[in-house]
Write a protein that binds this ligand. Sequence first.
Ligand SMILES: *Cc1c(COP(=O)(O)O)cnc(C)c1O
Length: 431
Amino acid sequence: MVDSRRHVPRTDVILADPRLAAATRSEGRAAVKAAVVATLQRVREGELKPDEVVTTALAALPGGLRPVLNATGVVLHTNLGRAALSAAAREAIVAAAGHTDVELDLTTGRRAKRGRTALTALHRLIPAAEDVHVVNNGAAALVLAATALAGGGREIIVSRGEMVEIGDGFRLPDLLESTGARLREVGTTNRTSVADYKRAIGPATGFILKVHPSNFVVRGFTSAASLPELALLGPPVVADIGSGLLAPDPLLPFEPDAATTLGEGASLVIASGDKLLGGPQAGLLLGSSALVNQLRRHPLARALRVDKLTLAALQATLTGPTTPTRDALHYDPVALRARTLRVQATLAARDISVEVVESDAVVGGGGAPEVTLPSWSLSLPSPYAGPLRTAPTPVVGRVDRGRLLLDLRCVPEEADGVLTDMVIAVAAQEV
Ligand SMILES: *Cc1c(COP(=O)(O)O)cnc(C)c1O
């Protein structure tokens, strides 16, 4: 056996490698050093060659909350953290990270309403709402509404066609029943009429719930009661619209928006902050001031309240220019193709030949399943997928019919150079 001890590189020399230096910034020095030390031990034992240390150490990093390039063509990828925040929202998070006037009026020196400026920004965009409140996420907003308006065994009237599973085993009926409210199911999977709701109303009714079936479509012999009809029945109508569009978007004709839903008579609208709104994870509650106040004052509200970082990011998202989510959704395919061809040309100059192909992007995040966005992708051999995912800057693409597709739609344009470098590095490993 060859004694490789003489060839074991020094730890500090390895740590100075630019790829590991970059990883140190995102992962912390302790984690990177531990990976290097463990890898050098394998060199000592003759399992690895010295020139394999850097790539092996990088692959051994524990990962988790690393910045990733989303080249999947899925705009709101749940496993990649849904919406990417705008530069303004990121800056706002950093600015609020220390002490901040989240609950203090600096002019009077008195206590002020928590997150008032973020709530005002939200209210300004939805004048149809009498009042607004923000909690941790859409699920928290539902729990708060169910607890405050139908807890203690009162009833939530809901259509059988809207008893949905959002994803990863998260079932709306289970969540609602966990609050102590009872579900009064009406109608059938495909058809529910106003009369069905009307028959179910009684002294135990807490509210009527309308849920947007965001991740599936029902076609054929179907009918549902409309909001304006339900709003006339008496009990409050709570509308869970899911995606958080504040106003209609012609690109997404089947996605309900908060303004229209309130205009149609919903008493309370519930939506997520990190879907089509393009902001941080949050649950928006918009509607009648009596109901919003009742929810805000419920003891559970304190357990569901959002932190200052969320408020800061939400405010910047609402007052800022456009969001990465909106930009990705509305990306001009011609511009996307030109950009993709530029990356292809850079790779070709390094003798790496990849194709540029037409592809389909999707909204994701459990929204707008019927919408596909015409897109363009770099097409690479599928064995590139793993090494690109574990590259110093991870690149996550989509494997489709045996090819790895990299769609630049959701990749910040300034990251094209890094993405190109990662492909070049993987190509050099001769996968
Ligand atoms: C996404 C979604 C939810 C859950 O919202 P979270 O913010 O993920 O908690 C609830 N209802 C509908 C219709 C949704 O689309």
